[in-house]
Design a protein around this ligand. Structure first.
Ligand SMILES: [Zn+2]
Length: 94
């Protein structure tokens, strides 16, 4: 009997769901996975930039009803790619 595997897109989306569990903002949990040629290049989640304080520790910093202490999961994932020097185009799963 052949084992049935999940499709690639579902696999990458599941990765994003897992990443969302690392969110540091209490208002929303989102994960993003950057993929190229069926390989995960980077991942991120919504939260503070690396090295900054987190909403889960200090509370959200709200301006006009939006938390400005955090950045989007996609931005954190792109920052991870940039920090590795990989600037090639890739797909994003959010
Ligand atoms: Zn927040």
């Amino acid at each position: 009997m052949t084992k049935k595997r999940i499709p690639w897109d579902q696999y990458f989306m599941m990765q994003s769901v897992l990443l969302a569990s690392r969110s540091t903002c209490n208002r929303l949990s989102v994960g993003a996975t950057i993929v190229r040629d069926k390989r995960i290049i980077a991942g991120g989640y919504n939260g503070s930039v690396s090295g900054d304080v987190h909403c889960i520790d200090e509370g959200c910093y709200l301006v006009d009803g939006h938390c400005v202490r955090t950045i989007h999961a996609e931005m954190n994932a792109i920052c991870s790619v940039q920090s590795l020097g990989n600037k090639r185009m890739a797909r994003r799963f959010t």
